[in-house]
Design a protein around this ligand. Structure first.
Ligand code: NAP
Length: 343
């Protein structure tokens, strides 16, 4: 098996290297990024080539390509990879809205990955953990409405943003300033900021629109009511989401707990009992990197019908929210040797 990783030097690409070694240890790897370079990762040195070499005549053909580039470069390289015969999983936003391309959260709608499919879009890093929690509940109780507020880590913005955030945090926290005046109020360090890139005439940002659109497409519920507000918090890795979920009938927290604790019904979910949220934090998600942590289930006291519950979902955005999902999707075509990565 020959696997091609595009964007191998980025945050998601590096995670993919570790996961590919677990899923398909015998595979031959070709790594690509913006230019020829060496990548030191996990005690090994990898040769990385400039992605435009894939456009040359005689570029290597292969079986699977995992693409972790921005939208512009996905648009450029994905068609070429398909023409070279690769099955492709693209992690950017480029193909998610395309009705012909399946948008797949592994464990939610993995059945969309059939032999005939050549290209799959990997969903956004907030959509994957949220739909992992919602799908089993939808199947059991029906789903009418979801309101979600996200608290997203800086690594979601890529390696340059993360490294800048770490440097600014290191410098800023040297001073014991109780009000955080040492930090830049526009930047991530020591701060909470709106996730406002791509805000359109609706007033919602592209991150908010992605979450709303993708949840409906993956759950195959075009009429589902979804509203989202997103922000970034001064955390390196791990996206935290608070959701208000209205079901088709009255549901108790105990019924939700029973469904989400059953791994046959709720794959890749770790349910944490108790309304206080013990074991539920961004950093706990980095200790269970391939799972959605779900808990803090309690009734919304405004809803007299008993159909609306408050639920918290947390996931490692680089792994569950990106690299792990792509490997699990690919496991539908190429069986994974690690059962945790098999969807
Ligand atoms: N970070 C997350 O939490 C997350 C979650 C879900 C989805 N995604 C999506 O995954 C993709 C990658 O995200 P990331 O966070 O890994 O980004 P990143 O850390 O910024 O990495 C970007 C990668 O793109 C490569 N690249 C840049 N310019 C290029 C060019 N001209 N030609 C070829 N390659 C080029 C970089 O290579 P060089 O090192 O050579 O510059 C690097 O390998 C994005 O579409 C993002 O939206 C990210």
């Amino acid at each position: 098996m020959r696997i091609c990783l595009l964007g191998a030097t980025g945050l998601v690409g590096r995670e993919s290297l570790d996961l590919v070694a677990r899923a398909w240890p015998g595979a031959t790897l070709s790594l690509y990024a913006s230019r020829d370079q060496e990548l030191k990762h996990g005690g090994k040195t990898y040769k990385v080539e400039a992605a435009p070499k894939l456009e040359e005549e005689g570029a290597p053909k292969g079986d699977l390509a995992l693409v972790a580039l921005d939208d512009e470069h996905s648009k450029r390289f994905v068609p070429r990879l398909l023409s070279l015969g690769y099955r492709v999983i693209d992690k950017s936003n480029t193909y998610r809205g395309d009705a012909k391309v399946p948008l797949v959260a592994a464990g939610v709608n993995s059945n969309r990955v059939t032999e005939e499919v050549r290209l799959v879009a990997n969903p956004n890093c907030t959509t994957i953990p949220l739909t992992l929690a919602l799908k089993p509940l939808q199947q059991e109780f029906g789903l009418e409405d979801v309101t979600v507020s996200t608290y997203q880590a800086v690594s979601g913005a890529g390696i340059a943003a993360l490294d800048g955030f770490l440097e600014q945090s290191k410098a800023g926290y040297q001073e014991l300033d109780r009000f955080g005046n040492v930090f830049d109020p526009k930047a991530y360090a020591g701060n909470t900021v709106p996730h406002n890139g791509g805000t359109d005439e609706s007033g919602f940002s592209s991150e908010e629109r992605k979450l709303m659109f993708e949840a409906k497409k993956i759950l195959e519920l075009p009429e589902l009511g979804v509203s989202a507000q997103c922000c970034r918090v001064g955390v390196a890795v791990g996206h935290y989401e608070n959701a208000w979920v209205t079901f088709g009938k009255a549901v108790s927290p105990e019924q939700v707990a029973a469904v989400l604790s059953d791994s046959a019904k709720a794959p890749f979910v770790n349910f944490l009992a108790g309304a206080a949220g013990e074991g539920l934090s961004a950093l706990y998600s980095v200790k269970a990197r391939d799972r959605a942590l779900v808990g803090r289930v309690r009734p919304d006291s405004r809803d007299k019908s008993g159909r609306t519950l408050c639920i918290t979902v947390v996931g490692d955005n680089l792994r569950l929210g990106a690299a792990t999902n792509a490997v699990r999707v690919a496991s539908r075509w190429f069986k994974s040797e690690d059962p945790e990565l098999q969807a």
